[in-house]
Design a protein around this ligand. Structure first.
Ligand SMILES: [Mn+2]
Length: 318
């Protein structure tokens, strides 16, 4: 399995690892590299390239056991009114330019995936957004970026709300529709477990829909109560839905990156990340011990008591 995690998590509880005050990206990579079982690092552009040069980051990754999985976009200033759907063509152009820079950085660091998340593409009030224009501009901008870089896989991470009250693209079907309208092979979907729970989607069903369209690129795994993007440890709230999700990941032979998008603020982030990896592996091993065939038979029975027995056997084994 390929495991990665949110690098900003490694800023937390600095006193457990660092003996200096100013922490840069190279320091965070060093701390991440101490996590047992972690294989990849993902960086945000431009956020993580402000305190270190590209060369310093490249050297830090090369001297660690981690490989670069990809780059995620974090558009910073000037995008309050939207990134790819901004009504001002100059600002929209700037967002496209930043995305192209991120692609080059990804390539330079040996990565192959660029994850797109648009914090400000959305609306807060009725009548606030011209949906038709915003959707068309988004499709056109994504097409421009994706078609110019056929060697890179792009992945759209949807989120229903936060920071906007409504995101322009906020659910699995809107994302698949967008991907269809862009019409390029190198664009897929990143499924974030908390985002799906916030949208009241059943995560395994969203996984199935994405796999049906052959657009599954990345997993952001975590947990939460469904109101906000809580970023809790894997399996802590929705254990059975997490088990079902990993079952479908196996069924559809998902071989992409499993990225733990969690927010340990009081925990030691190294131990927290190791716990997520342990939980993923434990649930995956449990599925193997029961067997995909046996679970498939339980699903086909549509018998809720057999499903509850599966959960009981997970809790009571050993
Ligand atoms: Mn995420």
């Amino acid at each position: 399995m390929k495991f990665s995690s949110r690098i900003n998590s490694f800023k937390s509880r600095p006193e457990l690892f660092f003996d200096k005050d100013k922490i840069d990206t190279v320091d965070l990579i060093t701390r991440m590299a101490s996590v047992k079982g972690l294989t990849h690092v993902e960086l945000n552009y431009p956020e993580h390239f402000q305190l270190n040069t590209l060369g310093e980051i490249k050297d830090a990754i090369a001297s660690s056991p981690l490989a670069l999985g990809g780059i995620a976009l974090r558009y910073q200033k000037h995008f309050n009114e939207g990134e790819f759907s901004n009504p001002d063509p100059k600002i929209r152009e700037k967002a496209i330019e930043i995305t192209m820079e991120a692609v080059n950085v990804c390539r330079e660091l040996g990565g192959n995936t660029v994850t797109l998340w648009f914090a400000n593409d959305g609306f807060d009030y009725p009548f606030q957004l011209d949906y038709e224009r915003a959707y068309k501009d988004t499709v056109d901008a994504i097409k421009q970026v994706v078609s110019a870089n056929p060697d890179i896989t792009f992945s759209f991470e949807y989120k229903p709300y936060e920071p906007r009250t409504f995101s322009l693209i906020g659910d699995v079907c809107a994302t698949l529709m967008l991907i269809d309208d862009v019409g390029e092979d190198n664009l897929g979907i990143t499924l974030d477990f908390c985002h799906m729970i916030m949208k009241k989607e059943n995560p395994a069903y969203s996984l199935f829909l994405s796999a049906q369209r052959n657009r599954l690129v990345g997993f952001h795994l975590n947990d939460g109560y469904g109101h906000f993007d809580d970023g809790l440890m894997l399996g802590t709230v929705h254990l059975l839905q997490t088990l079902e999700y990993i079952y479908y990941a196996k069924k559809y032979k998902f071989d992409g990156l499993v990225y733990f998008d969690t927010f340990p603020s009081r925990e030691d982030p190294v131990r927290e990340c190791e716990q997520n990896i342990k939980m993923y592996n434990a649930l995956a091993d449990y599925i193997d011990s029961v067997s995909l065939e046996e679970i498939d038979a339980i699903i086909k029975s549509q018998d809720a008591i057999k499903i509850q027995s599966l959960l009981l056997s997970l809790i009571t084994r050993n």
